[in-house]
Structure formats: structure tokens, C-alpha cells
Write a protein that binds this ligand. Structure first.
Ligand SMILES: Nc1ncnc2c1ncn2[C@@H]1O[C@H](COP(=O)(O)OP(=O)(O)OP(=O)(O)O)[C@@H](O)[C@H]1O
Ligand SMILES: [Mg+2]
Length: 500
């Protein structure tokens, strides 16, 4: 089936998100959509999926104009979508999640739970996913939830599957599984619209690439006629400096010291430290326990034994409020759960953790608050129509920047950044690296958890590598290589015996 989008326009209050889009997806192809944060990618996809209606323009399927008013109609026409922002309902079970809106009925018109369970089992077995159909979704990890969403979309057997940054939260192995699936789907004549900021992925699976900038199509070309540099310069409209803005800054006292931290089942004897001016990295495969450790240090989760010291003083890490008071903050990898309040404005989200700065003698100094919020948002290039816009209305990458802005404003000493550049476009990534450098220069300590080896290698003074809930090794800058890190992460390094 061929999908054609003609002259689509879409405005939101204060922004023209799409400005005359023409776009064709051929049958049996993978069509990649690229563009900076806020370029309009998700908006265009939501129009094709019937979530938003276009202000004007037309959608055609195999040459025939169609109306798509909601996702149900989209599905009936053979279109399904995996969303960038995971929209799961925490309290429902895996099977309910998979069959929501299409639960099979029994003879008397009730839900046929036996059939639901059987089909869910079959699906989970076929995909070798180790969860039970009745397990609550909230107990799954982010990567499991993402994988479930992918499965769900594929299980509709649609002709066109839209994947909006499907790999932002899944493991390397799962990425390979997904790519194999995409090849199978393509072989069966299905088409995939694939949105990603990851250039290596894009060039692995694309047949065609369309580049959006500021709501317009800059170019559609066959992948073979493009290279990474060209795509990036078409995206940002200028040449990018592709080196990391790493410089050496004076290193001061130890600000964060974690010793023998243990949490039953999750991690054991984790020790690390970060000094003023340092950027330290945490590498490891998904599931190695990095996020779990950071959540315990920040006080989101408890720990069983071990100690945490901030500026030399032992802290309990019993709650987020305590950590903020101690000037330790964390950017969480799951911003929906911990980072933002989606229905509140940019202003409120950014100033939320710093309100104390603006309260004096029982009075809120709103003008100062405004100025501070404006300054920090501008320094990070948060793209928003105004500070009163609800965060929910921003593009995915810009929501991430709002969380960062919030923590910047709270003037912390130690920042834990869990996957800070996930979902962030190439241009903005470098803005974030520069910001990290600014913070280091100001004498803050930064702990960066990342799955992208190049950014760890590019930005960190030291890298701790975790495997199976323990620190497998610590590397200094002079010992960095992707290979050395991977060896520790996969446990090969520790078991190797030298037979000389
Ligand atoms: N519901 C909404 N209400 C108001 N403005 C919106 C809404 N959804 C998107 N926008 C605006 O439309 C523009 C395009 O956003 P969109 O989410 O399509 O970007 P994107 O290309 O998907 O970016 P990212 O890479 O960050 O996900 C942005 O300026 C965004 O703030
Ligand atoms: Mg998006």
C-alpha cells in the first residue's frame, strides 16, 4: 500500500508545526524521517494516525483520498503507530495492554479472557519475552514496556507501521530483534515509517530518507544518495562542529562518595566517587543496574547497606526532597515518571524545585522567577511558544530540555544525568555537552549514565563500567576505547585468563 501526504498544514497556538508537507511512502519500504527536535516529525505522524487533524491538506492511500479521524480509523485503513512518549497505564496487565480496544468477545458478549491469555502467551512465547500475561505493566522496565509497544503495533498486522523513536529505550539485542522484524515486515510488502536521531540506525535500515526542518520537507532521497554529514547539514541548515567540547578544568574536593552500596537483587558493593569539576561516566549494558544505583543514591529507591556521602557528610538518601536540600539532583531516564508534570506549564516545571529561591518573607517574587526561568530556558534553546505552554505540548526532545533546565535552576552541586541526550537531536546534543562543561567549570560534579559510548568517551574524566549489578571496572581517559568498555560490560574482561 502506498501512502501519500499532500500539502499538509498544522498550527498550534503560537507555532506552525507543519507548513505544506508533501511526503510519499512506497509499498514495502522503510522510510526514515529525520529532523531536529521540534521539526514536526511526531506531529505529522499523529496526523497520519488520526490523533490530530490537519488544518488543511490531504492524505491518500493507493491514490484514493481518505479521512482519518482517530487511531481506530487509521488501524482500519492499515496504519498503526508506536509512540515516542510511552503511554502506558501502570495499573493494567500485560495482556490488557496488548488487547486494549480489541478484546476478543465470547458468545454471550463478555470478554473472552481465556482467548486473551492464550493469544498473549503465544505472542510472548514467539518473541521469547519472559513476562506473564497477568503481570502489571508498572512492574516492567522501560525497555520491556517499549518492546511490548513494538509487539503490539506489529500484532495489528498493519500495512504501514509508524515507529517514533522505537529504540530510545531498548537494549542492543532488542534493537537487533526489531531490525530483523522490520526486514521481515518489508519482505511481506509492509512499509515502515521510522523516526530516529541515531544516524547509524538510520543508515542501516532506511530505503528512503525525508528530512524535515521547521515544519517543511527539505528533501526526500534514496539512502544511497545520502551520507551522514549531508543528512545532518540538511537537518540543521548549517555545518556542525562534530567534536566534543571537552576541556580540562580544575578538579576540587570530593562531592559525592558512594561506598559498598547494596540493594538485594538489584546491585551489590557499588563504590564510586565524583569530585568538583569532574564528569564521570557510567557505562554498561541495559539491565546492568546503573539506573537502579542512581535511583538509590538520589533517594527514589531504598538501599540495604553501604554509605553515601555528599561533601563528606553521610546522608540517608531516604527521599528526593532530602537530596535536593543536599544539592544532589537527578535527571531521570523516564521523564514521564519522575521528570515533569506534563499538564503544567514550562514555567512551573522549571521553577518547581527552586521556588524557595523566589520566596522571601512569605512573598513570591514572580518577576525574578520569570527572569530566571527565561534565562535558563534560553541558555538551553528550549523551543516553546511561551513559558505558559504546557510541557505536554512540546516536542519530545524539548521536554527533555525542560527537565534539565529545572535542575539547572536549582543550582545543585552534584548532578546525576541518566541518559541526558536520549531523544535529543544532534545539534542540541552538543548544547547539552557544552552545558555539562559549563557546570564542570563552575565546580559541580556530574555523573552521566549513558548507553552511547562515543559521548561517554568524549565527555568523561573517568568511566565506571557496570555488569550484572556490580562495578566491573573503572577506566581512566588514557585507557578509553569502545572495546575496553564493552569487554568489561559483557564480563569478558574479568574472566579472561592469560595463558602466557
Ligand atoms: N499538542 C501540541 N500543542 C501545541 N504545540 C505542539 C503540540 N504538539 C507539538 N507542538 C509543537 O509543534 C512543533 C513540532 O513538534 P513535534 O513534536 O512534531 O516535533 P518532533 O520533530 O517530533 O521533535 P522531537 O525530535 O523533539 O520529538 C513543536 O514546536 C511543538 O512544540
Ligand atoms: Mg517527536
Amino acid at each position: 500500500m502506498e501512502l501519500q501526504v499532500l500539502h499538509i498544514e498544522k498550527s498550534f497556538p503560537g507555532v506552525k508545526a507543519l507548513d505544506g508537507i508533501n511526503f510519499t511512502v512506497k509499498e514495502g519500504t522503510v522510510h526514515v524521517l529525520c529532523g531536529e527536535n521540534g521539526a514536526g516529525k511526531s506531529t505529522l505522524m499523529k496526523i497520519i494516525n488520526g490523533i490530530y487533524s490537519a488544518d488543511s491538506g490531504e492524505i491518500r492511500i493507493d491514490g484514493k483520498p481518505v479521512e482519518i479521524r482517530n487511531p481506530m480509523q487509521a488501524r482500519a485503513l492499515g496504519i498503526s503507530m508506536i509512540f515516542q512518549e510511552l503511554n502506558y497505564i501502570p495499573e493494567i496487565s500485560v495482556e490488557e495492554n496488548l488487547f486494549v480496544g480489541r478484546l476478543p468477545k465470547n458468545k454471550v458478549g463478555g470478554v473472552d479472557w481465556k482467548a486473551v491469555r492464550k493469544q498473549t502467551r503465544e505472542l510472548l512465547d514467539r518473541e521469547q519475552l519472559p513476562y506473564s500475561p497477568q503481570q502489571k505493566v508498572k512492574n516492567l522496565s522501560v525497555s520491556d514496556i517499549q518492546m511490548l509497544e513494538i509487539l503490539k503495533a506489529i500484532s495489528y498486522d498493519s500495512d504501514i507501521i509508524i515507529m517514533d523513536e522505537p529504540t530510545s529505550a531498548i537494549t542492543h539485542t532488542e534493537v537487533e530483534t526489531l531490525f530483523k522484524k522490520i526486514h521481515e515486515l518489508k519482505a511481506r510488502g509492509k512499509s515502515i515509517i521510522y523516526i530516529s536521531h541515531k544516524m547509524d540506525e538510520i543508515f542501516r535500515i532506511a530505503d528512503e530518507i525525508t528530512i524535515l526542518r521547521d515544519g517543511q520537507v527539505v528533501e526526500t532521497r534514496a539512502k544511497d544518495d545520502l551520507d551522514i554529514e549531508t543528512v545532518i547539514s540538511l537537518m540543521v541548515g548549517r555545518k556542525l562542529d562534530a567534536t566534543y567540547p571537552k576541556e580540562s578544568v580544575p578538579i576540587g574536593q570530593t562531592l559525592l562518595e558512594v561506598e559498598n552500596l547494596c540493594s538485594e537483587r538489584l546491585f551489590k558493593n557499588v563504590s564510586f566517587s565524583a569530585r568538583a569539576g569532574e564528569i564521570i561516566g557510567f557505562s554498561g549494558l541495559m539491565g546492568a543496574g546503573r539506573t537502579e544505583v542512581m535511583c538509590s543514591v538520589f533517594g527514589l529507591d531504598s538501599h540495604d547497606s553501604g554509605s553515601i556521602r555528599i561533601r563528606g557528610k553521610e546522608v540517608k538518601a531516604s527521599g528526593v526532597q532530602e537530596s535536593i536540600t543536599n544539592k544532589l539532583v537527578m535527571l531521570s531516564e523516564d521523564r514521564k515518571r519522575y521528570g515533569i508534570i506534563p499538564i503544567r506549564s514550562v514555567r512551573e516545571n522549571v521553577s518547581l524545585s527552586s521556588l524557595k529561591q523566589f520566596f522571601r518573607k512569605g512573598r513570591l517574587y514572580a518577576r525574578q522567577e520569570d527572569a530566571a526561568v527565561e534565562k535558563v530556558c534560553a541558555s538551553m534553546n528550549v523551543k516553546t511558544p511561551s513559558l505558559d505552554t504546557v510541557v505536554e505540548a512540546l516536542s519530545g526532545g524539548n521536554q527533555q530540555k525542560v527537565v534539565l533546565a529545572k535542575w539547572m535552576l536549582s543550582d545543585p552541586d552534584v548532578l546525576i544525568l541518566d541518559e541526558p541526550t536520549r531523544g535529543i537531536d544532534v545539534g542540541a546534543k552538543f548544547e547539552i555537552y557544552k552545558l555539562m562543561m559549563d557546570l564542570a567549570r563552575m565546580g559541580k560534579a556530574i555523573v552521566m549514565v549513558s548507553s552511547e559510548l562515543p559521548e561517554l568517551i568524549g565527555m568523561c574524566d573517568r568511566i565506571y563500567v557496570m555488569a550484572n549489578g556490580a562495578v566491573a571496572g573503572e577506566l581512566e581517559r588514557k585507557d578509553y576505547s569502545q572495546e575496553a568498555i564493552m569487554r568489561l560490560a559483557t564480563g569478558v574482561g574479568s574472566e579472561r585468563v592469560d595463558h602466557v
